[in-house]
Design a protein around this ligand. Sequence first.
Ligand SMILES: [Zn+2]
Length: 395
Amino acid sequence: MFRTRRALLLIFSAFTLHGNLSAQTKRNIHNRSVLIDTHNDFPSNGVSNGQLFDSDLRGKTHSDLARMKEGGVDIQIFSIFCGGEQVNPYAWAHREIDSVHAWVKRNPEKMAWVRNSSDLTKAVKKGKLGTMLGVEGGHMIEDDLGKLDTLFQRGVRYMTLTWNNSTTWASSALDETTHPETLKQMGLSDFGKTVVRRMNELGMIVDVSHNGEKTFWDVIELTNKPIIASHSSAYALSPHRRNLKDDQLRAIARNGGVVHVNFYAGFIDSTYEEKAGQFRKRERNKVDSLIRTGMQPDYARINVAREHADEYLKIRPSISLLLDHIDHIVKVAGIDHVGLGSDFDGIEAPPRELNGAEDFPKITEGLVQRGYSAKDIKKILGGNFIRVLKANENR
Ligand SMILES: [Zn+2]
């Protein structure tokens, strides 16, 4: 009897010990990796809601300074964005950049500017949130190379050539797929090519998220530096125009670039848009009234969705779908060409296990469970982006 009990106890304690160790090992892998999220929309969404990034916004947003720390985020690239309908987009960009500057200034012990890979290393070493900027939407340079240069000087290190709206010099995924006949410019114009060349010269990474396929292939032909997709997932698993097809994934691999997987339910789960459609129809009036107050349409939808968080929880996909997209990109493009671009605070529905920046460790856990080595996880979480950043720098 004693022997059996003792044997059982031994088996039980070994089991729990193993369980604990394994949870700790996963957390260690997470903590030892440099975690870089290449896309967060707080500057446009949070700021338009009058929210302060360095205050406690749990339950109100996907991210704030404390929750990024909790989730082990080392480097956050904040998106500087306004929609195509906005007048004076360049002034808008500066306003958002000013607010990010203000956060860093107010929190010198917790945040640090990152303008290059050596700043990045220093920020990580000091345990501060390395803060970087990316412009979302080429319309924000208002067809002026001087404005592109100024944005670079203010710390912007990538630019998506288009958002959903095309520019005069590059066509977007939305326009190329839904009404190509209205486009005056398919792919890159001569000026668009000049923009890409200038970005290569400056060391500003070309971001092809939101770009149409024609623009994408023109970039691939022209760029002499590795590119990124800062927040796009895999088309083969979920055929959305914002995702990248397998031949595009392979082209990014040949270019040495990285695809950062977007967490949005509508991009990772092909059944989501239909499920969300019923809520959107019901809430249309509420969304429209917010838009009339001057709120950007996407953010009006996010705010209304948040009021119905319980209903949305039922249709948000599992994190396993997000991991499937990572697996797919690894399979098609290789382990050196995948990263994370959450789109937090720019989307109404991430996977149900990921409520915000505090939940990044669950991705590492999932990757460990799927058999990824610590070395591979390091690449996915941030190592691959660091390689692209260095390759774009002028040293
Ligand atoms: Zn976007």
